[in-house]
Design a protein around this ligand. Structure first.
Ligand code: HEM
Length: 452
């Protein structure tokens, strides 16, 4: 016990010295309320962590990778004595997998890490959507976040072509045909993506975008995203009280902890767990390199993008849906997410108060899962209007019923809890707030926990 006290005191003194000499409290991220020691409050930090892993593993891969479509003069997987005609991009990837010490692990973690980063960014987005963190004053945080998601998907798209497999080449071409159909942006993007129209031109552009332009854009947007986060602080828990939306309760306000070292170490702990799990999965299920572009002996190569683009890919299989319609629908979806803070105008952040927007989100989750499974199971198989009505219709209808039941049930139980504290419906849902009960009602106990 004596040792523990001495150890803690020494550690505190040491830390005090570091803080004093570096001036850290002035420049480190601001202190955060103690209630944020839960993973759900730091989903964005997990995305940052995944991004950092991608940067480190990507830089290591760059030591070996060659962004060239020229045939190589190395055996590159051929029987001894034969030379390969495979492109250098594919051969250098083959070399990483088969000859670089731990190369297969490195490449597999980079690929699975990309999946994880996209998945975590989507999780971070949906968490913010359900808890209404996009509402004032965080509208710009949300909009910058939407751009971050788009750039993250762009990183996935451009990285897919780099191993130069027939599979990735076919899917990239479908993606480019769709991207060029984007209204206004498509014709502008065309010359940039296609370069001189050769395969080498395309690979070079994808490489430049993947290793330089998009990471720079991501870093710049991330800087803006975190600066906005710094200026507003973390969003308080979702609430039905319009006044509480912008501030922490008095209780929470008193209990703030410094970002460095407390929050930093907390998120670092999760970050290390992430890297461990990633390495474990990559070691157990290493990625297999598909065959190269132009392999005349290859049979049955399908055209399939990575899982996060399967839904757009499947959209084109719908009867009557042209690439222009598919791209138009994707653009509308992107604009909806971007401008959501200005579409959902209510001042309450709790999901129980936003049934329409919650219904739309749960239905879209169902839609994306269904389309992704469909895209993976039956790529290229046409979907007729009756198929759409019988499969997608119920997703939206069932979600409407479930959200309506939850909305009514939770609103009723919330009103009961309000009544137990002497507050009424008008106090929270009317002009006032939960902290201004009607004059006739008994005042709530001073120490009562605030209602969310
Ligand atoms: C590459 C993708 C992204 C990264 C690296 C990122 C990073 C972060 C970080 C580090 C935070 C601080 C709080 C936390 O850790 O959760 C944050 C907060 C926030 N992010 Fe993101 N984000 C990304 C994408 C998005 C997306 C797609 C959206 C929504 C469209 C979004 C909206 C927000 C909002 C509104 C906040 C403030 C939330 C709060 O105060 O609780 N972010 N983000």
């Amino acid at each position: 016990m004596g040792f523990e006290r001495w150890f803690n005191r020494t550690l505190n003194r040491l830390w005090g010295f570091v803080e004093d000499r570096t001036g850290m409290p002035k420049w480190a991220l601001r202190p955060q309320p103690a209630f944020t020691f839960k993973p759900s409050y730091w989903t964005g930090a997990f995305v940052v962590n995944a991004f950092l892993y991608q940067v480190v593993s990507g830089l290591l891969l760059l030591l070996y990778y060659q962004p060239s479509t020229n045939p190589t003069l190395t055996p590159c997987g051929q029987p001894v004595g034969q030379m390969s005609s495979a492109p250098a991009a594919w051969c250098s990837t083959y070399y990483i997998v088969h000859s670089v010490p731990m190369g297969s692990l490195l490449l597999s973690t980079h690929l699975y890490g990309a999946y994880a980063m996209i998945f975590l960014a989507i999780l971070h987005f949906y968490r913010g959507y359900y808890l209404g963190v996009y509402k004032a004053p965080r509208e710009f945080s949300w909009m910058v976040g939407t751009l971050l998601l788009a750039v993250t998907l762009g990183m996935g798209f451009t990285g897919y072509l780099l191993p130069y497999t027939q599979l990735s080449y076919n899917a990239t071409n479908v993606g480019i045909v769709l991207a060029l159909r984007l209204p206004t942006l498509g014709p502008l993007l065309g010359p940039f993506i296609l370069a001189d129209g050769t395969s080498q031109g395309l690979l070079s552009r994808m490489f430049d975008a993947h290793v330089l332009l998009l990471p720079l854009a991501l870093a710049a947007l991330l800087y803006a995203h975190i600066a906005l986060f710094e200026s507003h602080g973390i969003a308080p828990p979702a609430t039905s009280d319009p006044l509480q939306r912008r501030r922490y309760t008095e209780q929470d306000d008193k209990k703030h902890v410094p970002f460095v070292p407390h929050i930093l170490f907390y998120t670092l702990k999760w970050g290390l767990l992430y890297v461990g799990v990633l390495l474990g999965i990559a070691a157990l299920w290493p990625w297999n390199l598909p065959t190269y572009v132009g392999n005349l002996t290859a049979v049955g190569v399908v055209t399939e993008p990575d899982w996060y683009f399967l839904w757009v890919f499947k959209l084109v299989d719908f009867e009557g849906v042209t690439p222009v319609i598919a791209v138009g629908a994707t653009t509308v979806l992107l604009l909806y997410v971007l401008f959501l803070p200005f579409l959902d105008r209510s001042k309450r952040t709790h999901p129980r108060d936003r049934p329409f927007f919650i219904w739309l989100a749960t239905s879209l989750v169902g839609f994306f899962i269904l389309m992704t499974v469909w895209g993976g199971e039956t790529p290229g198989v046409q979907i007729t209007p009756p198929d759409v009505a019988l499969t997608l219709g119920p997703v939206f209808a069932v979600n409407a019923v479930v959200v309506a039941i939850f909305h009514l049930r939770y609103r009723r139980s919330y009103l009961r809890r309000l009544a137990a504290r002497g507050m009424d419906y008008a106090g929270v849902y009317g002009a006032g707030s939960a902290r201004s009960p009607p004059s006739t009602a008994p005042a709530p106990a001073a120490e009562a926990k605030p209602l969310d």
